[in-house]
Write a protein that binds this ligand. Structure first.
Ligand SMILES: [Zn+2]
Length: 480
């Protein structure tokens, strides 16, 4: 919170597909809404990349002098396994999988989400709201849409008629005619391919944990309505910025705009739509929970990586570019993070302690700070901002006292917690019991007891380690 008058910033707007000077509705204040996690399973690092992006956006706006009201929802009901209103409710699915009720599933994974977010230096939003806490607001919005003639009833629920909202295709630049009916499946209940459920009826055979009475019958809200109802509750009928992943553009966010603007009669619902790109693993496929690849921030920590090294990796790739994740790139970020930490600690000790930071900056230090601001002001240029941090820490023209001062300032946005000394990491630390198992397995092999050797290999595998046989001998490696 540096100056009274906020600094100008340019941000990419998905509505116009261009970088534009950002102008909030109320000078100096920003209403920011982020689509939050569906808490039926752990959020993987691909999901977390999206929240790092929203966090950096919020921190940058605050750094530039705006007051930010950051609202994030928790989807704890209504998100179906298929975006086209078919399939099972993910929370009910989690309940069957884990043998606990859907409320317990939601609590477990909400707690895990915030624990992982904290590991990654993500600030808690100003408001966190759970869909199940705002059912009356969602019913009221569906009712308003019904009164205005935007809905129709089927045996499955209440649906939004997108043919009555002529600008439906605008955000996603959708070719409605060309949409494959196979992509938005299950048109049984729908008049148009792009119509979506606002309220779904419980089926008697489902035995749902989560269901509510409504004017149309017992059931639960569709996934999309919660974001409109809760964002309006906390930020008003029209607000400044809405974030999410690029996968939200064609369906979830198109639906949010349609139902919000239809309900209020006001346009635009949101002035800036901002979307983070995917994290992709080697084979260029999107990381998803269904691929069996649930790599979490906690898993990185357990394998000896600093979660903040992953944050650094994310910052070094612009949010609108795909982040190609590999263990090599993570190891590179780990080394980079160690270097930043080391250089910061050196500056602190050379300056004679944290209390000795510079209050006035010389020309060289000022130059670095200006470049840092300029990078962020251009649609959150975090790769250049990070480069500026490295550069000043290695610039002999910047004194240790100035370095401390600049790291302190820049870390308000980067969130790398650089003043906390890092412990020596133990990548691939092998627990003693596993060393014993490995020795037993090698003995079994030497005795040609293949069944026993196989059994021991499986036990090692179940504990998350793999055996590497090489001419130098046998070693264990922690699997990620
Ligand atoms: Zn949403």
């Amino acid at each position: 919170m540096s100056t009274a008058k906020p600094e100008p910033i340019q941000l990419f707007n998905t509505l116009t597909r261009s970088v534009e000077p950002f102008v909030p509705k109320m000078p100096g204040t920003v209403g920011l809404y982020s689509c939050g996690p569906t808490v039926y399973s752990y959020a993987h690092i691909g999901n977390m990349r999206s929240y790092i992006f929203a966090d950096v956006l919020r921190r940058t706006l605050e750094f530039f002098g705006y007051k930010v009201n950051h609202v994030m929802n928790i989807t704890d009901v209504g998100h179906l396994t298929d975006d086209a209103d078919a399939g099972e409710d993910k929370l009910e699915l989690g309940s069957k999988r884990e043998g606990i009720d859907a409320w317990a599933v939601a609590r477990k994974y909400t707690d895990a989400f915030f624990a992982h977010a904290a590991l990654l230096g993500i600030k808690l939003p100003t408001v966190v709201c759970k869909a199940t806490d705002y059912i009356p607001e969602q019913i009221a919005m569906v009712k308003a849409l019904e009164d205005k003639g935007f809905t129709y009833l089927t045996e499955d629920g209440v649906y939004f008629d997108t043919s009555k909202f002529p600008t439906y295709a605008d955000l996603g630049r959708l070719d409605i005619e060309g949409l494959q009916s196979g992509h938005r499946v299950d048109t049984r209940h729908k008049k148009n391919k792009t119509d979506f459920a606002l309220w779904k009826f419980s089926k008697p055979e489902e035995h749902r944990c989560m269901e509510w009475d409504s004017p149309w019958g017992r059931g639960f809200p569709g996934w999309h309505i919660e974001c409109s109802a809760m964002s309006m509750k906390f930020l008003g009928e029209q607000f400044d910025i809405h974030t999410g992943g690029v996968d939200h553009i064609p369906i979830h966010h198109s639906n949010e705009i349609a139902q919000s603007e239809a309900a209020t009669g006001k346009s635009p619902f949101v002035r800036w739509w901002m979307h983070g790109e995917f994290l992709v693993i080697d084979d260029s496929s999107k990381m998803s929970k269904s691929s069996g690849h649930v790599l979490t921030a906690q898993a990185l920590a357990d394998a000896g990586y600093y979660p903040l090294a992953f944050r650094l990796l994310a910052l070094q790739c612009h949010y609108r570019k795909q982040l190609k994740f590999s263990y090599e790139s993570l190891a590179g970020a780990q080394r980079g993070y160690e270097r930043l930490s080391h250089l910061t600690q050196r500056a602190v000790s050379e300056a004679g302690g944290m209390g000795h930071r510079a209050t006035v900056l010389g020309a060289a230090a000022q130059g670095h700070l200006r470049a840092f601001h300029a990078a962020l002001a251009q649609d959150l240029g975090t790769p250049q901002a990070v480069a500026e941090l490295y550069s000043l820490l290695e610039d002999p023209a910047v004194t240790p006292a100035e370095r401390i001062s600049l790291v302190d300032t820049m870390d308000q946005v980067l969130g790398l917690d650089l003043f906390t000394p890092i412990p020596v990491p133990e990548v691939n630390a092998i627990p003693a019991e596993l060393t014993t198992l490995l020795a037993e397995r090698n003995k079994a092999r030497a005795e040609k007891d293949w069944a026993r050797a196989d059994q021991l290999r499986r036990e090692i595998d179940e504990r998350g380690f793999e055996i590497c046989d090489s001419p130098q001998g046998t070693t264990l490696k922690k699997r990620l």
